[in-house]
Design a protein. Structure first.
Length: 158
């Protein structure tokens, strides 16, 4: 069960930071725990969702927050649970009680993860889950190339 929380323990933060560094492109990695703490501190009104194994290991993390008067989200799944419906379940938890959700999504296949493997863009996953791209809005910097995606409750019911 995914229960929302507004507070993360230091152990949870450490596990999420490790998950982030393992699953996101290397260019987005945090050098240390302070980097992830700074990222979290920059989020406005964050609500976190954790999927934990029986042994307490965090297998997935999602967070929704306010940015520029919009509801944004971030989500990370351990590669060992991808393709099992867990990401869809987390997205559905994020969508609950929301009318609009927005995120940046890396849409190119040229980024590398820390282990040297190619980072697979999750764009198709989001498109299958009722998100649309906003092609005229992109984030281009030294860390990433991403496209803005959005979901609205109205589009999900069509």
């Amino acid at each position: 069960m995914l229960s929302p929380t507004t507070h993360l323990t230091s152990i949870q933060k450490s596990q999420i930071s490790r998950l982030w560094n393992n699953e996101y492109p290397k260019s987005l990695n945090f050098a240390d725990a302070t980097g992830f703490d700074n990222y979290l501190a920059g989020l406005s009104d964050p609500v976190h969702y954790l999927l934990e194994a029986e042994n307490g290991k965090i297998l997935a993390w999602a967070c929704k927050f306010i940015r520029a008067e919009e509801k944004w989200f971030a989500i990370i799944l351990d590669e060992e649970i991808q393709g099992q419906g867990k990401g869809r379940a987390m997205l559905n938890a994020l969508k609950k009680d929301e009318h609009v959700l927005t995120a940046w999504v890396i849409d190119k296949e040229d980024a590398l993860k820390l282990n040297g493997e190619t980072y697979n863009s999750p764009l198709n996953f989001y498109l299958k889950n009722d998100f649309i791209t906003i092609p005229e809005i992109r984030l281009e910097n030294e860390k990433m190339s991403a496209i803005k995606i959005t979901w609205t409750k109205a589009s999900a019911s069509l």
